[in-house]
Design a protein around this ligand. Structure first.
Ligand SMILES: Cc1cc2nc3c(=O)[nH]c(=O)nc-3n(C[C@H](O)[C@H](O)[C@H](O)COP(=O)(O)O)c2cc1C
Length: 269
């Protein structure tokens, strides 16, 4: 099973971005400066720690990429560019790798001052495939608009925020029971704390952590869901966890488990 780590990642830059990031769904339509697009394209090439998972920058987002439904999430509007989060479904742990790899790019875009929003269901996979000329073994698991967010949170966004309560976060005790107890490794605490503000589909925060000797295991709660797998959310959480552990001076890596609801094990070293 593949191993994942943020070795070579700009830890402080992304940690800082992770605190500022929030999903934005309305953009002002202005083009993203070429230098920022070049920086994102370079980051997409450089940060590919998982076999088969990659992020693809689409400089001019096709209009029909994003869809909207009444009563659900609103449509993404005014985004000039997009990121596609791509993986190979036949690779074990593909969704986990796509979440982890994609969040690196989301944080880099945030660090560049751009708005982002993971979109797992409401996009056209056909339009996305065409925009990125994928090969037949690849699938687009999610996309994100990229652009300058509308100056104010729009009415449409407020409706989504009210519905999904983006600020409501689970307590640490719920996602990592007993975290304060001595059997938990002390280095894991900043990691778990940092995961609280990670994005997840429907803000469901399905990640659960447990200690296993000197290691930490991430799993998801309840059954998995068909359209947007909780494995994607967990991959995103793993990125945030590891950033904070590294920012606190420790380093290590994740080994994918992908056994039932167990996703991966993090060990120092
Ligand atoms: C895998 C994934 C899929 C998502 N899908 C959508 C989506 O289809 N439409 C949307 O507007 N937001 C989507 N979101 C954004 C979440 O609703 C958002 O991350 C969550 O409410 C927390 O808010 P925050 O990102 O502002 O912290 C998705 C997030 C993730 C991680």
């Amino acid at each position: 099973m593949p191993q994942l780590s943020l070795a070579d990642a700009p830890v402080r830059r992304w940690m800082e971005a992770s605190r500022r990031r929030k999903s934005r769904r309305s953009f002002d339509g202005s083009p993203v400066p070429e230098a920022d697009l070049d920086a994102l394209a370079e980051a997409a090439d450089r940060f590919r720690p998982f076999p088969g998972a990659r992020s693809v920058l689409v400089r001019t987002a096709p209009e029909r990429l994003f869809k909207g439904v009444i009563g659900g999430y609103g449509r993404i509007s005014g985004a000039p560019s997009a990121l596609l989060f791509v993986g190979k479904p036949d690779t074990p742990g593909a969704e986990v790798g796509v979440g982890y790899t994609g969040e690196m790019l989301v944080l880099e875009a945030t660090a560049l001052g751009l708005g982002t929003c993971w979109v797992g269901g409401l996009f056209s996979s056909r339009v996305a495939r065409e925009a990125a000329s994928l090969n037949s073994h690849e699938r687009v698991y999610a996309v994100s608009p990229i652009g300058t967010p509308a100056r104010q949170v729009t009415r449409a966004e407020r409706v989504v925020y009210g519905m999904r309560k983006p600020k409501a976060r689970r307590f640490v005790e719920e996602i990592a029971p007993g975290l304060a107890d001595p059997e938990w490794p002390a280095w894991a605490r900043p990691g778990v704390e940092a995961v609280r503000i990670a994005p997840s589909a429907y803000n469901r925060q399905p990640w659960r952590f447990r200690s296993e000797g000197t290691a930490v295991v991430i799993a998801f709660d309840g059954p998995d869901t068909p359209v947007v797998s909780k494995r994607l959310d967990c991959g995103i959480a793993m990125c945030h966890f590891e950033l904070a552990v590294r920012a606190a001076g420790a380093s290590g890596s994740w080994r994918i488990l992908d056994h039932r609801s167990d996703i991966a094990r993090f060990t120092l070293g």
